[in-house]
Design a protein around this ligand. Structure first.
Ligand code: NDP
Length: 318
């Protein structure tokens, strides 16, 4: 039986582990399918306080892992396949066949990229279709690519691609972008980024590899084929909460609902931190902050539980 199991190895999970381990809870952290979370797939992180020159995302996650391990976190490179959070102890079934029993659980499973839903996205995934410019941009050096989306992620990835690729075609479905002003300005000032306003991707062309995109202007109805070798999707994310449906209260978009100013979920001893409960801020620093909160909430909840159990035992013995 473990006092605390943490699900997820992004900034929220590792920060929760650092705090919990230093509080003597000997946490077990299940790294999940994407070790290091989304930051393990980014390049430069320039907005995390304490790194005046910036730091590479994978490097930062490696530092967080080492810090969590230094204080005694037991990191398991495994994936939770099923959970039962309504019982005491809570149970977590791992893909590696082990079943963990825990008094408290912190969920920090993050979110995953959204896709457009085109058949060709699946067929050509890894053959030109990608949701991560930093991971795959390198393959299209000197070649034209397209990227869909008008948020900060799309802008950031378009800028990254513009340094590698000959042309970057940005498909924005409205006549304005959702991205912050500064990111939009940077994109607009980059000569090899071409913004196609009011434009959607109708299909990705190519049998074995991406060869182009058929796009349509939503205002004029005009269709056009662009020759591109890479097709990047950057239209947002969805929370990784499939495991918890029917047990935890989720919002309409599937994010875990927490009680105001805390990381408590609707179930006692279950806490949520990071992007899995945050549709608004979604930053590494806010994920780390809520990871810290979850560890403090879990520690206090476990102390109160132990005190209540000792009081009950004393009453029985009287
Ligand atoms: P957002 O939700 O902010 O933006 C999604 C973009 O994709 C929007 O332009 C949206 O269009 C478009 N979109 C959504 N669905 C479709 C679709 N089916 N077809 C075409 N376009 C679609 O997601 P991001 O991932 O960009 O950003 C998430 C959060 O992370 C934000 O808060 C952002 O500020 C933050 N972030 C910050 C960064 C930084 O500070 N360095 C870097 C990256 C992200 P529409 O506007 O029409 O809905």
């Amino acid at each position: 039986m473990h006092e605390l199991v943490i699900l997820g190895s992004g900034p929220a999970g590792y920060t929760a582990a650092i705090y919990a381990a230093r509080a003597g809870l000997a946490p077990v952290l299940i790294a999940g399918p994407e070790i290091g979370g989304q930051l393990s797939k980014t390049s430069e992180v320039e907005n995390f306080p304490g790194y005046p020159e910036g730091i590479l995302g994978p490097e930062m996650m490696e530092d967080l892992r080492k810090q969590a391990e230094r204080f005694g976190t037991d990191i398991r490179y495994d994936v939770a396949e099923k959970v039962e959070l309504r019982t005491d102890p809570k149970q977590i079934w791992l893909a590696g066949a082990e079943v963990l029993h825990a008094e408290a659980v912190i969920i920090a499973t993050g979110s995953s990229p959204k896709w457009l839903g085109l058949e060709a996205e699946k067929r050509l995934y890894g053959a030109g279709v990608s949701a991560c410019a930093v991971c795959d941009g390198f393959f299209y050096r000197g070649q034209p690519v397209a990227i869909v989306g008008g948020g900060d992620t799309a802008c950031e990835e378009a800028l990254y691609l513009s340094k590698l690729c000959s042309e970057v075609h940005m498909l924005v479905r409205r006549d304005e972008m959702r991205a912050s002003h500064i990111m939009q300005e940077r994109v607009k000032a980059t000569p090899n980024i071409h913004i196609h306003w009011n434009t959607v991707a109708e299909d990705i062309l190519g049998e074995k590899f991406v060869e182009g995109v058929r796009m349509r202007n939503r205002v004029t109805g005009e269709e056009r084929i662009l020759v591109v070798k890479g097709f990047f999707v950057a239209i947002g994310h969805q929370p990784n909460t499939d495991l918890f449906v029917g047990q935890l209260e989720l919002d309409a978009n599937g994010y875990i609902l927490t009680q105001p100013k805390s990381t408590h979920t609707n179930l006692p001893g279950v806490f949520a931190a990071g992007d899995v409960q945050d549709p608004v801020y979604r930053q590494a620093i806010t994920a780390a902050g809520t990871g810290c909160m979850a560890a403090l909430d879990a520690e206090r909840w476990l102390s109160a539980k132990k005190y209540a159990e000792s009081q009950a035992a004393a009453t029985t013995n009287e």
